[in-house]
Design a protein around this ligand. Structure first.
Ligand code: WTA
Length: 691
């Protein structure tokens, strides 16, 4: 109903052209599509509003509240997840074991004997029952040009791309790198990989050629799928050129599929294949590969505190189930809703809550290609009103940016379709919480601050689900999801049982969405997540549990910083900067930033003999970081120092640098253990002299 209302508003009631992407696999049946495809049908099968989890409450009628179901999910994980896996997923072969794990060696297996295919679960089973339901609404960069893709159309496109991949030699288990704009093409490509059992590795299309190349190499990918160009915020991004540069460094690459986004003429070399041409010739039938529940589904690279980004590995059944269940219950998603998660598909939020969670639930999901301020700061709310969005899920950094503008930018658009607001990626500060809740949501929507990570696969803490009417407090994710036992550990490594304490945020239970390993480096997986607090999964974050048992995230405990909601390892930035021949030493830290959450601060020592000015070096370094990593990684501040604070054993004292960067030199504490305490005074003075 909401969708058809939105369609009427957008199209003035005129018959719409559906899914008419320029050149995107045109096929004869498209031209004949009618507006009947625009009214999603409610089939009622997955409505869960009367009881929180029907599969559980039907069997255990006493379990009606979130608290009791949560407790049950921890005490009887096999019963809880087994029932959900059977009813929420479609299996080609049933499983007999629910979970089988070995914490010591960090092996986690869910539904091991089960066989299924992710694209069947996300597309075919919905296309079978309601082919004309809208699966994707592509909110393109230019407002007012949205396109609609039904489940049947998505199924056809997934099969076409899957056939193209299969025919060109991509096999089960092969890694395929995707470097694409947020678009139906990207979703079809991800699902096409799953259809033939290939493992996708989506690389955010803002990463540089160098960053793309290192991910291709680490994954040993032979295939890339990209597009001619991307458009974002009115700017053209030359995707194909970046891919050409990356592929030149990767001998493993055998083929590059180039889809059409703008239709620009791009260089086509011997390895390049036009995806549109190949797909329009391909069949819309493609038999799905029968995948094991524990087969690898995808890799997604994410920053850690040391070394290069790690390829986090997610599995087929466990990940999909967890994404689907959390999408439904954290957000109270119901059939007929229009789910608007504005994350890029290059991040885990895009994977779990633009693509896999919503599509597994047969939802209508929005693909947002633009930026929060293009062409003006009302863009999000214009999109909400045009598309009839019921759920709006975004990052706090965007809210902090938008709240600086006049309220009028929000008020001028009809937001009556909204029912649930969500945020993810960083702490949602009180000012942003109130702006979102009070102004955008008119105090009538549920606002869920969701805490989770690339490694957890899906939401772990969120104010919902909970008993209806349970309060939502500003600025904290509050409550654990089903199956999640949050644990705070102290400096002695032991669990702290009391409330009203701070500690290292760990998980003391197993859940289906946990990443299974780091690609090619299981030891790194164990060392990072399992070794720090034996018997628990360690998140890398600190948290506070208040006197009522609600969780509040205090921030990273390691050298990962969170810039505009994106994870960045300080070591990665340092590696890029030290490539400059005039830089002797550098230390990068995060510091509080009003809009970005954290800014990037580089303290550096130059070599004695330099032939450039400090301004020239800084300009070079900005280019260098951009070309090695991405634009968001470029430091906000470069400070040239005469030396860095080090212990006598030569270790840089980052604690001190973090205080200076935050403008709190009075909180430096004891610096007597430094090899040369006088460097601190020099750095403090240099910082004070910054413009
Ligand atoms: C941070 C994003 C505070 C946290 C889904 C975590 C948050 C990292 C929140 C994961 C939140 C995520 N409140 N901090 N609600 N959500 N974070 O892997 O530091 O890109 O460890 O996954 O973001 O970032 P990632």
């Amino acid at each position: 109903r909401l969708l058809s209302k939105a369609l009427q508003q957008a199209g003035g009631g005129a018959p719409r052209r559906l899914y008419c992407t320029k050149g995107f696999f045109k096929s004869p049946h498209r031209a004949a599509t009618t507006s009947s495809a625009t009214s999603p049908k409610f089939d009622g099968t997955s409505d869960i509003t009367s009881t929180p989890i029907p599969e559980i409450t039907d069997a255990y009628p006493d379990l009606l509240t979130h608290r009791s179901i949560h407790q049950f999910s921890l005490e009887q994980p096999d019963e809880f997840w087994g029932r959900l896996a059977k009813s929420r997923l479609e299996w080609q072969e049933e499983f007999s074991t629910v979970t089988d794990h070995d914490f010591k060696n960090s092996h986690f297996r869910w539904f091991p004997e089960g066989k299924l295919n992710v694209s069947v679960n996300c597309v075919d089973r919905h296309a079978r029952r309601h082919p004309d339901r809208v699966a994707l609404i592509w909110e393109k960069d230019e407002p007012g040009q949205q396109e609609y893709v039904t489940y049947k159309q998505l199924q056809d496109d997934v099969c076409r791309v899957a056939n193209v991949l299969r025919d060109s030699g991509v096999k089960k288990g092969d890694r395929v790198a995707l470097y694409l704009p947020v678009s139906p093409l990207a979703v079809a490509s991800m699902l096409a990989c799953t259809r033939i059992g290939a493992i996708h590795s989506v690389v955010f299309a803002g990463f540089s050629a160098e960053a793309l190349a290192s991910r291709i190499k680490d994954a040993g990918a032979e295939t890339v799928i990209t597009a001619d160009q991307a458009v974002r915020g009115g700017k053209v991004i030359e995707l194909k050129k970046v891919v050409d540069e990356a592929v030149a460094k990767c001998s493993s690459i055998k083929r590059v599929f180039v889809g059409m986004r703008t239709g620009a003429k791009v260089n086509m070399g011997p390895k390049d294949i036009s995806l549109d041409e190949a797909a329009s010739r391909a069949s819309t039938q493609c038999s799905p590969s029968v995948q094991g529940a524990e087969d690898l589904l995808f890799l997604l690279y994410t920053s850690g505190s040391t070394g290069s980004p790690k390829g986090v590995v997610h599995s087929t059944a466990g990940y999909l189930l967890y994404a689907a269940v959390t999408h439904k219950h954290a957000f109270d998603y119901r059939d007929g809703d229009v789910f608007g998660c504005v994350a890029d598909i290059g991040w885990i939020t895009g994977h779990s809550y633009v693509v896999y969670g919503p599509l597994a639930n047969g939802a209508t999901t929005v693909l947002f290609e633009s930026t929060p301020t293009y062409p003006n700061p009302g863009r999000y709310w214009d999109t909400v009103s045009r598309l009839g969005i019921t759920h709006f899920y975004c990052a706090p950094t965007a809210l902090r940016l938008l709240l600086r503008y006049e309220d009028e930018w929000v008020q001028r658009y009809d937001r009556s379709s909204l029912r649930v607001l969500g945020s993810v990626g960083e702490p949602l500060n009180h000012e942003a919480w109130h702006w979102f809740n009070d102004l955008v949501g008119e105090k009538r929507c549920d606002l869920v601050d969701t805490w989770w990570q690339t490694e957890t696969g899906g939401i772990m803490l969120s104010p919902r689900p909970s008993s209806p009417g349970a309060p939502i407090l500003p600025g904290m994710p509050m409550r654990p999801m089903f199956g999640m036992r949050p644990v705070l550990c102290g400096t002695d490594g032991k669990e702290i049982p009391e409330n009203g304490v701070d500690g290292a945020l760990c998980v003391g239970s197993v859940w289906p969405g946990i990443a299974r390993t780091v690609y090619g480096d299981h030891k790194r997986y164990i060392d990072t997540y399992m070794a720090p607090y034996p018997g628990y999964y360690f998140s890398g974050d600190g948290a506070h549990r208040d006197k009522d048992g609600h969780y509040h995230i205090t921030g990273r405990m390691d050298d990962v910083i969170n810039v505009t909601g994106h994870r960045l390892g300080t070591a990665e930035v340092e590696d890029a900067i030290t490539e400059h021949e005039e830089v002797a030493e550098v230390a990068v830290v995060g510091y509080p930033h009003d809009v970005k959450g954290e800014g990037v601060f580089a303290f550096m020592v130059l070599k004695e003999e330099t032939h450039s000015t400090n301004e020239e070096i800084t300009a070079d370094l900005k280019k260098l970081v951009r070309s090695q990593i991405a634009g968001y990684a470029v430091p906000d501040v470069f400070l040239v120092c005469s030396g860095l604070p080090k212990t006598r054993s030569g270790k840089i004292m980052r604690r001190i640098l973090r205080k200076i960067a935050s403008g709190k030199p009075e909180e430096l504490g004891d610096i007597s253990t430094l090899a040369d305490p006088s460097v601190v005074e020099a750095i403090v003075n240099a910082h004070a002299a910054l413009p």
